[in-house]
Design a protein around this ligand. Structure first.
Ligand SMILES: [Zn+2]
Length: 204
């Protein structure tokens, strides 16, 4: 996978004060002070801003001076320029996307947690439990009958090393004939320990 990553400066503002001289050719009133805000981008999507930089461009000799070459009398103009140069919000696009994704992720996982807790409290025949069998090992079990404080289930003989492969494992021939049971309270503990990852109900 190739990441297209880079930085890009964007022009914010410029002023051409009559009172300042070019460092190089000494022409007066020919220097434009320019403010630019750079941002990093990933696949050309602005990720986050890197700050505002000022440069000075002389229209007479085309010399472009950097911040460390500015004479003292540039600075009062630079202060004014900086006051009128704000980092545009769109340069925070990547930060915003990341924050929104985190908020949605937290919202989604809370939703799943609450829903699964309700499914454990009121189980239905056919519920498929996705759970961890070990480090990076996952499998499923399926509810076949319900008791007041426990469920009876059949057990998937197959395991996957990736959680998102579990729906492929959930086929009839992978389940054995032996019936096991587990207490609802044990399922609650599994959920709290993140061993029980998700519960799939047919009507969902
Ligand atoms: Zn010049």
């Amino acid at each position: 996978m190739i990441f297209i990553f880079g930085t890009k400066p964007v022009l914010l503002n410029e002023i051409t004060p009559k009172s300042i001289k070019c460092n190089f050719c000494e022409s007066q009133g020919t220097v434009t002070l320019i403010s630019r805000s750079s941002h990093t981008h990933l696949y050309y999507i602005p990720m986050f801003p890197l700050g505002i930089k000022i440069s000075a461009y002389c229209h007479d000799c085309t010399y472009e001076a950097n911040q460390n070459e500015f004479p003292q009398n540039y600075y009062s103009h630079i202060d004014l320029l900086k006051n009128d140069s704000k980092t545009p919000f769109w340069q925070f696009t990547g930060v915003a996307i990341i924050i929104i994704a985190i908020i949605l992720g937290i919202g989604r996982s809370r939703y799943v947690e609450n829903r699964d807790a309700a499914y454990i409290a009121t189980p239905a025949i056919g519920d498929v439990y996705h759970y961890k069998t070990g480090y990076s090992q996952y499998s499923t079990m399926k509810v076949v009958s319900i008791n007041y404080d426990s469920i009876f289930y059949i057990h998937n003989d197959m395991e996957a090393d990736r959680y998102n492969m579990l729906s492929e494992l959930n086929v009839e021939e992978n389940y054995g004939d032996d019936i096991y049971y587990i207490l609802n309270s044990e399922l609650d503990s599994m959920q709290n320990a993140n061993t029980l990852i998700d519960i799939i109900r047919a009507e969902d």
